[in-house]
Design a protein around this ligand. Structure first.
Ligand code: PEP
Ligand code: MN
Length: 343
């Protein structure tokens, strides 16, 4: 249920409304949009409306949210949410590019990648220190050592750092380094992990699960928001289909749907979708045409020697070429590339 409040409502009136909602077993989430202030009231018994609610001072109207996802829904907040973290800004009519290697492999590899992606226009550095690998014998990441290199890369380049957490017990540790905490496709429905990152007060990048429906993906975002963390970025990274020429199938419709159904910003990952570097540019441009607010792209200084996802990683030169195409394409969409707030 959403309780639409008068924009000018006083603190006392607001608290009185929240008290009544709490008595009825709701948790309250105050959501301030551009033109309205609402209380998102969520909880187990979502049908019982306190009888006098609509007549309370400061209350404009009470609406039921039809979608199963509530705080994530555009019904609750019609205007776009913009997520900001250091140099990164996602949403609000700009396009942001996050880039870097799949995994942090060494100090030199990460710093080389970071300098290159910054030079060509990325505003965040990606790189996993904790890697969720299909095989237990594959490179699992440098763990804490990787976080140290990510910190150094941020200090040297000023780029915001996006890195994955795979275990609820590591959330605090990873969040000390990360400007944006990534939840990978394999963990999209790891509910204890979602609840844990919901406790953070910093942005979370939520990748769509390998075989998750759009609704399941948005419900995963609801888990994070229901814990009070409203800074969620959705990421379409391809889904599993019968096709074998691609690693996954980029679901362009999901980008459109997520933007329609939710106020949260949506980015696309053409690297994991296509699984081959030659597919990255066309899939990136298709994602932007569909309305994506940004891209997350794998870039490696030497893809042939990468310990993870080399086949789909762009060289710095190919990344530079992609950025030229992106910048040329954006005016058609009435959008601009986000340069990190530097005029
Ligand atoms: C990654 O970003 O390197 C990654 C593991 O992606 P996904 O969770 O989408 O497979
Ligand atoms: Mn990868």
């Amino acid at each position: 249920m959403i309780v639409v409040m008068d924009l000018e409502v006083g603190e006392k009136e607001l608290q009185a409304v929240e008290r009544v909602l709490h008595e009825y077993g709701y948790s309250c989430h105050l959501i301030r949009g551009e033109k309205r202030l609402v209380i998102g009231a969520v909880g187990a018994k979502q049908t019982e409306v306190p009888p006098a609610l609509e007549t309370m001072p400061g209350v404009e109207k009470v609406l039921q949210v039809m979608q199963p996802f509530k705080l994530v829904s555009r019904e609750v907040k019609p205007d776009d949410t913009v997520v900001e973290a250091g140099t990164l800004r996602v949403g609000g009519g700009v396009v942001s590019v996050l880039a870097g290697p799949c995994a942090v492999e060494s100090r030199t590899q990460l710093l080389d990648a970071a300098r290159a992606v910054k030079a060509f226009g990325a505003t965040a550095l990606r790189g996993g220190a904790f890697k969720p690998r299909t095989s237990p014998y594959a490179f699992q990441g440098l763990l804490e050592e990787g976080l140290v290199y990510l910190q150094e890369a941020r200090e040297k380049t000023g780029l915001a750092v996006v890195t994955e957490v795979i275990n609820p017990v590591d959330v605090e540790l990873v969040a000390e380094t990360a400007d944006v905490v990534q939840i990978g496709a394999r963990n999209m429905q790891n509910f204890p992990l979602l609840k844990e990152v919901g406790q953070l007060r910093k942005p979370v990048l939520l990748k769509r699960g390998l075989s998750a429906t759009v609704e399941e993906w948005l419900m995963a975002a609801e888990y994070i928001m229901s814990e009070g963390n409203y800074q969620v970025i959705l990421c379409e990274r391809g889904i599993r289909t019968f096709e074998t020429y691609t690693r996954n199938t980029l679901d362009v419709s999901a980008i459109v749907l997520a933007k329609q159904l939710s106020h949260l910003p949506v980015i696309a990952d053409p690297s994991h979708a296509g699984g081959h570097w030659r597919l990255v540019k066309p899939l990136a441009l298709a994602s932007l045409a569909a309305g994506a607010d940004g891209l997350i792209v794998e870039v490696h200084p030497d893809p042939a020697r990468a310990l993870c996802d080399g086949k789909q990683s762009l060289t710095p030169e190919h990344f530079a070429e992609l950025m030229v195409y992106v910048e040329k394409f954006l005016p058609v969409l009435g959008k601009k590339l986000w340069h990190g707030g530097v005029k």
